[in-house]
Design a binder for this molecule. Structure first.
Ligand code: ZN
Ligand code: ZN
Length: 410
């Protein structure tokens, strides 16, 4: 051990303390890793392939509570709409994503996603089709003079000239439903001044990742350390309520219908399964999907256009059983619809640890725990937000969970 004698005393001390520090870091990370590994986190079961779909647990329309105010039951209850899980805003290797349709189909099956609506950048490839039991539809994320625009259900892509002149009118002219992507990231001013987008991405997973990765980097550092132990927990640790976008949504909804939806913006990093497991939407359709692509597409396009959907940060809990509807003068009305006074707003399927708010034209008018039935006496646009208390490494926190499209009361 002759070489050891060359090390003087201060160096030896330095080596010793570096070793001790390294061991402490190793054990701290090891024990944190084990804790995160076993964290009883809702998202883990929400996207586990073993979870049974709670479709049949949705309570019947008129099972409990008082008869609908002023409503007539003569026509019989309308069919209870079925939730279809739809991932919106997904990229493949046709643009800057890492996976093929086949790869994404596997991730969709693992997360019980029924439909994936692809949105590659200014390009589409292949037809709408069913792959491995998952319906794939083609929209696009179009680069425009204002920023990225998500277009669903259009007859064709917008041309470059259209994208740089009047993208929203152009999208309408080809029957597309267009909504600014990640409207809190790019300049929103252009969209706001245009005053005519029909949809808005009210949550974007990539936006949260970018925020967590900005100085002082603690958010992304924590997520990176936790990722190997529990990928969904790691992702959830950077997910926050999109308050700014919700305000913009309410602001834009004052004089027209604006459909709110959540975007996964999945590119394959983190994996498609993790992204699709974390953020999704439930569309409400009257008939189950048939596997007939054009029929199913028509039904889903109509639901999207009508705002007949809720957006769910599924990582915080399985939202398939959540329903929001109104019972008014003309019977049951789903989200996105119009009810006539007097109307009662119902929120069901929240369950334990769930707190909710009802907002009318952007102002909170009612707070509740679990489920609620709220008499909407005033005209306006009523929408529901649900949050959940979820376990975290440090204890627990209230996490954003569900954002429902508004029901208009007239
Ligand atoms: Zn984008
Ligand atoms: Zn994107």
């Amino acid at each position: 051990m002759a070489y050891r004698t060359d090390i003087d005393k201060p160096q030896r001390r330095w080596l010793k303390w570096t070793g001790v520090a390294a061991l402490m870091v190793f054990f701290a990370y090891g024990s944190a890793f084990v804790r995160i590994l076993f964290l009883d986190f809702p998202g883990a079961s929400a996207s586990s392939p073993k979870a049974t779909p709670p479709v049949l647990e949705v309570p019947p329309v008129f099972d409990a509570g008082p008869k609908p105010d002023g409503g007539s039951l003569d026509a019989g209850p309308a069919p209870i709409p079925l939730p279809v899980r739809v991932a919106l805003h997904v990229h493949t290797s046709v643009s800057d994503g890492r996976g093929t349709v086949r790869d994404i189909a596997e991730a969709a099956r693992a997360t019980k996603t029924d439909v994936v609506w692809l949105t590659d950048h200014d390009v589409t490839e292949g037809d709408d089709r069913v792959e491995n039991g998952v319906l794939f539809l083609h929209g696009a994320e179009q680069t425009t003079k204002f920023g990225h625009l998500l277009v669903f259900g259009a007859d064709r892509l917008l041309t470059k000239a259209e994208r740089y002149s009047d993208p929203l009118s152009a999208a309408r002219s080809v029957h597309g439903l267009a909504g600014p992507a990640h409207g809190d990231r790019t300049s929103y001013v252009g969209w706001a001044n245009s005053g005519q987008f029909d949809a808005l991405e009210i949550y974007n997973l990539a936006t949260d990742a970018i925020r967590a990765a900005s100085f002082p980097w603690t958010g992304i550092a924590w997520a990176a350390l936790a990722y190997p132990a529990n990928a969904l927990y790691a992702l959830s640790s950077i997910m926050e309520s999109p308050d700014e976008l919700l305000r913009r949504w309410d602001g834009a909804s004052v004089d027209r219908d604006v459909v709110g939806f959540c975007g996964t913006d999945a590119h394959g990093i983190p994996s498609y399964a993790v992204a699709l497991g974390a953020v999704t939407n439930y569309f409400f359709v009257d008939a189950p999907l048939t596997g007939d692509v054009s029929k199913d597409r028509d039904q889903l396009r109509a639901a999207l256009r009508a705002g007949r959907l809720i957006c769910a940060l599924e990582v915080f809990g399985d939202a398939r059983g959540v329903t929001v509807f109104a019972v008014g003068g003309t019977g049951r009305v789903e989200v996105g619809g119009t009810a006539h006074r007097p109307a009662t707003l119902h929120v069901r399927g929240g369950g334990a640890n769930v707190a909710g708010t009802i907002l009318r034209d952007g102002e909170v008018v009612h707070r509740f725990d679990g489920d609620t039935a709220y008499r909407a006496l005033d005209k306006g646009r009523y929408r529901v937000e649900l949050s959940r208390r979820v376990p975290t490494f440090w204890g627990s926190r209230v996490a954003p969970w569900v954002f429902a499209n508004p029901i208009t009361v007239r």
